[in-house]
Write a protein that binds this ligand. Structure first.
Ligand code: SF4
Ligand code: SF4
Length: 442
């Protein structure tokens, strides 16, 4: 059957008898009937190449046509557990006529990377989806709620649409001095790149305050950019807004170039991914760490003394773990707290489930509520609760609010969601520890 031709039903020629002779025993086996269809030439496919060709022609879209249908990606795709999804299914749907550019399926992938981990053909949804989304976006075919976030990011430099002058309002509640580089331009060891949800979301602000206290207790020379900071925009890039990402990158590079620092430390695995993977592609290299990596190095300098006496489980963020290979730093920190009984979830580390927030999913909960049987965060909270844990520890700014909402909506209010910075802050004694340190130094 010529590819792209008119659909024809396969013609199967039944033979009256079909005898196969065993090469071992010499015995003859009669495989007449439906079995002998295997011995006739058959039409294996009757699809058009047009859809696949359109995706494969895009820079980044090439690998969709590599799929040979082995199906390994389906059991590991977090979306397939709440919808019919995964690269093999997308590939088949496109083969049989689905226009991915206008399909709802385009927005369900969180770019979690679990399919790529197992795919023998390296079908790469982390490149395919942003490439197709970019074309869809240019054609105006974007879910409304995502479009709103793109516009807020473009206008205000943050996904929440907050006034940039409020970027460092969280510092007022930290109880420690949080210098802003613009007010005091000097060389610092750590440039704390706070990112959007630790800057503006009330629960994120609590984690930012806890982290600032930990840095102070560990004697780290640090500062922030304050109102000069804009989001690094990696999730916007993965959601299809590459142009916006590149414009944010130019702004960030111009700002960072004004100051002297040894390394950037960010709480956001998406921002961290941008700094270590995307910026170097454009010729910009800044030594960068996720905040758990910095704290894991400093943990011996923290006066950790208060036992937590809780069962704790941990959710690996896709863009810290699977995408950037850091699984140990968060676990080192959790297990450094006395009185922690650590419980691992079945899906963890390389095979961790996704919270649903990556690749623009953070801003698609409304859209996804019409397409998924439950939110990915709800499914993950059920897994966390099933361990018997009291606390679900997280280290991505998207996750505290996502999982707290999911704990409520699934009736698991007993499960407390805490950032690892908050847990460590409790273990060192929070503001009291900082005040005691200051009193000692007087
Ligand atoms: S694992 Fe790769 S090759 Fe196998 S079905 Fe999935 S996308 Fe196709
Ligand atoms: S990247 Fe994750 S969500 Fe997207 S198709 Fe692959 S496994 Fe599914």
């Amino acid at each position: 059957m010529p590819i792209g031709g008119k659909k024809q039903l396969p013609i199967a020629h039944e033979k009256e008898t079909a005898i196969v002779v065993s090469s071992l025993s010499g015995r003859e086996w009669d495989v007449s009937g439906s079995w002998n269809r295997m011995f006739e030439s058959r039409v294996l496919s009757d699809y058009s190449y047009a859809g696949l060709g359109k995706v494969a022609a895009l820079e980044g879209g090439e690998s969709l046509e590599f799929c040979y249908g082995c199906g390994k990606c389906i059991p590991v795709c977090p979306v397939d557990l709440v919808a019919e999804y995964g690269p093999r299914k997308i590939h088949r749907k496109v083969q049989t006529g689905m226009d991915l550019f206008s399909s709802d399926d385009l927005w369900k992938c969180t770019t979690c990377g679990n399919c790529l981990r197992v795919c023998p053909k390296e079908v790469n949804m982390i490149k395919i989806m942003p490439a197709v989304r970019e074309v869809a976006m240019e054609a105006g075919s974007v879910p409304d709620e995502l479009q709103v976030v793109f516009e807020k990011t473009f206008r205000y430099g943050n996904a929440l649409g907050e006034n940039p002058r409020r970027r460092h309002s969280w510092t007022k509640g930290a109880g420690v001095d949080v210098p802003v580089l613009g007010n005091d331009p000097r060389h610092v060891d750590v440039l704390f790149y706070v990112e959007d949800y630790w800057s503006f979301h009330p629960r994120g602000q609590q984690a930012a305050q806890a982290f600032a206290r930990l840095l102070t207790l560990a004697g780290v020379d640090f500062a922030i950019l304050g109102a000069e900071e804009k989001t690094l925009g990696d999730s916007q890039r993965l959601a299809g807004e590459r142009g916006l990402f590149e414009s944010l990158m130019e702004d960030a590079v111009a700002t960072l170039s004004k100051y002297e620092f040894d390394r950037i430390v960010t709480p956001d695995p998406h921002g961290y991914n941008a700094l270590v993977k995307e910026y170097p592609k454009h010729g910009h290299s800044f030594p960068s760490l996720h905040y758990t990596q910095l704290l894991a190095d400093l943990v011996g300098r923290l006066p950790i003394k208060n036992p937590l006496n809780k069962k704790v489980t941990f959710h690996d963020p896709c863009y810290l773990g699977r995408h950037n290979g850091e699984y140990d730093a968060p676990r080192t920190l959790i297990n450094a707290i006395p009185g922690v009984e650590y419980l691992e979830m079945g899906r963890c580390r390389e095979n961790s489930y996704c919270c649903g927030g990556g690749g623009g999913g953070m801003w698609l909960d409304g859209f996804n509520s019409n397409h998924l049987s439950e939110r990915l965060s709800e499914r993950r909270v059920r897994e966390a609760a099933a361990t018997g844990a009291d606390i679900l520890a997280v280290c991505c700014p998207y996750e505290v609010s996502r999982f707290e909402d999911a704990a409520k909506s699934t009736g698991n209010e007993q499960l407390q969601v805490l950032d690892i910075a908050e847990m460590l802050d409790i273990a060192v004694g929070g503001l009291d520890a900082v005040e005691a340190m200051m009193a000692e130094s007087r």
